[in-house]
Design a protein around this ligand. Structure first.
Ligand code: MG
Length: 172
């Protein structure tokens, strides 16, 4: 059985993961509107990964006899300044998610809920990947700048990513 503060923290984190999915779906649609189907595809796959993160938390709550609370998800921004801004924002967003995971982890330690710390280890590692990948893409888009052929090349490369597969360094 999980403590009430732990249940609250997981329900809140689950909401963050669903919001991430919403945000990346919005970014995906925006990239599509820029005629960048590869970037759009990459963000769509990312959105699907975020739903999986949320579902992992939902299952952990259920497995531990916790109460699942589906909280209100904020509306994500629909407009962005550029493809570069999209990935900059995604990178900043992942940094916030890391901070939030760390908070849940800290609470699990305080509560001596070691089943949860073990469960959260996966998320801690996942955030290292998420920050690395989004940071690299933001940096590469900065390098490309106004160079259209460079942007199209990056778009082709990112379009290789398919749902259900984690992004690998080779793809980014
Ligand atoms: Mg996530």
């Amino acid at each position: 059985m999980m403590s009430k503060p732990m249940q609250d923290a997981f329900n809140e984190q689950m909401k963050h993961e669903f919001y991430s999915s919403y945000l990346y779906l919005s970014m995906s649609a925006y990239c599509d509107s820029l005629n960048l189907p590869g970037l759009s595809q990459w963000m769509r796959a990312q959105a699907q990964e975020e739903v999986k993160h949320a579902m992992k938390i939902l299952d952990h709550l259920l497995d531990r006899g916790g109460r699942v609370e589906l909280r209100q998800i904020d509306r994500p921004p629909a407009e962005f300044a550029s493809a570069r801004e999209v990935f900059d924002q995604a990178h900043r967003h992942e940094q916030q998610v890391t901070a939030s995971i760390n908070q849940v982890y800290g609470l699990a330690v305080d509560e001596r809920d070691f089943a949860s710390t073990v469960f959260l280890d996966w998320f801690v590692q996942e955030q290292v990947e998420e920050e690395k990948t989004s940071g690299l893409l933001a940096e590469q888009l900065r390098m490309v700048g106004e160079d259209r052929p460079g942007l199209l090349m990056l778009d082709r490369e990112l379009g290789q990513r398919r749902a259900g597969r984690e992004a690998t360094a080779a793809e980014t």
